[in-house]
Design a protein around this ligand. Structure first.
Ligand SMILES: *Cc1c(COP(=O)(O)O)cnc(C)c1O
Length: 397
């Protein structure tokens, strides 16, 4: 059948593809260490599961309001107030089927042909694809590893044209783990505000942050900035609830309303049971998040040290999220089995073949010099995987 040009242009999600390949190998009995995971290895909290079971038993199994139940919106609002002093009203909130869906609705609601949207690289794989799907053009703003993968406001300014509509921010970042302090954020936001851009701020890793760094939401930088910002977050990463599919946007009520119309004609409400579970996540006890983040931090410290001790690898120390993003370009031009490695995909294939370790090639995130290694896996797996990588790269001549 003839496919639409829209569908033909789409790239499959590389992270999901690698996880699938890893699972396939494992089911064949191959002992693969998987560093591909884009989700916490922890289980969803017990209180959340209990609440979901209660919701089923209580019959909360029907359609809800398209943009989410009021109780959940209130819990989200309370959370933002408690954590960051941010004030939102219910018409400024929409709950969707995961933050990915939130971002999809948002790009569909805001962008069209002729629009440009600035996406800092390395980027989360779905941003450019979703912008393209909306008919707009992603404009890539490269960041430098030596500058901690942070946006240079001067470089940002250079990319702004009369067509530029928005800037995408994602911090702590997937895949780099880079984040911003308030001063850095302000310098970036000043440039965006001066140009009248919308700021889409994906802060889904706000709670998974290291080295004593405090997360500052863009929207907390002032009332004018808050007005220009659509904040995106969800329960997937913070509460280890990826499968429940709950994300949200907070911001301008006209935009939220448009997203609601899109949702009303496509998916309708996010799963009723998941909404009650998410409500419990937001209002319930939060000590488990701190405990889990400290566990991630231990793994981060270990993995970065191990990677940096391998000749040919250079690894930036992530300040948040749960990915290491080592530079592996030191191996370009080296050979194994007669094949020359000259891309992140080449190195990923080499690791899968020779080390039985699965990582994600950096080119899908906009950097071919890197691979992404998720440390959302046990310390035992990390130790074994690092040993294997260290041994395997010795074979490269
Ligand atoms: C995981 C992730 C999301 C989407 O998460 P959902 O499960 O759809 O809520 C969005 N942005 C980034 C950067 C992510 O890593």
């Amino acid at each position: 059948m003839k496919l639409s040009s829209r569908a033909k242009k789409l790239q499959p999600s590389a992270t999901l593809a690698i996880t699938a390949k890893e699972k396939a190998l494992k089911s064949q009995g191959v002992d693969v260490i998987g560093f591909g995971a884009g989700e916490p290895d922890f289980d969803s909290p017990e209180n959340v599961k209990e609440e979901a079971i209660k919701a089923i038993k209580a019959g909360f199994t029907k359609y809800t309001a398209v943009g989410g139940i009021d109780e959940l919106k209130e819990a989200i609002i309370n959370r933002m107030k408690l954590d960051y002093g941010l004030e939102y009203q219910k018409p400024e909130i929409i709950v969707s089927n995961g933050a990915k869906h939130t971002l999809y609705n948002l790009t569909q609601a805001l962008f069209e042909e002729g629009d440009e949207v600035i996406v800092p690289a390395p980027y989360w794989v779905s941003y450019p694809e979703q912008i393209t799907l909306a008919g707009a053009d992603p404009v890539i703003l490269d960041t430098k590893e030596e500058e901690g993968f942070k946006i240079d406001p001067v470089e940002l300014k250079k990319l702004i044209t009369p067509k530029t509509r928005a800037l995408i921010l994602n911090y702590p970042s997937n895949p780099t783990g880079a984040t911003y302090n308030e001063i850095e954020l302000r310098r970036i936001v000043d440039v965006a505000m001066e140009a009248g851009l919308i700021i889409i701020s994906d802060e889904i890793y706000d709670k998974i942050i290291y080295d004593g760094i405090k997360h500052t939401p863009v929207a907390a930088l002032g009332e004018d900035v808050k007005k220009a910002t659509i904040l995106v977050n969800g329960v997937s990463k913070t509460y280890a609830m990826t499968g429940w599919r709950i994300g949200y946007a907070a911001g301008d009520k006209e935009v939220i309303n448009a997203m609601g119309k899109l949702q009303g004609q496509s998916t309708s409400n996010p799963t009723s049971i998941s909404q009650w579970a998410a409500l419990e996540a937001y209002r319930g006890p939060h000590d488990i998040i701190e405990t889990r983040t400290r566990e991630f931090e231990k793994r981060k410290n270990y993995i970065v040290e191990r990677l940096n001790s391998i000749p040919g690898i250079k690894c930036f120390s992530p300040q948040g999220a749960f990915y290491a993003f080592p530079n592996i370009s030191g191996y370009f031009g080296k050979r194994y089995n007669g094949k020359e490695i000259n891309s992140s995909m080449g190195f990923t294939e080499f690791l899968l073949d020779e080390a039985k370790v699965a990582v994600v090639p950096g080119d899908s995130f906009g950097s071919d010099d890197h691979v992404r290694i998720s440390f959302a896996t046990s310390m035992e797996n990390i130790v074994k995987g690092m040993d294997r990588i260290e041994e395997a790269v010795k074979k490269l001549g």
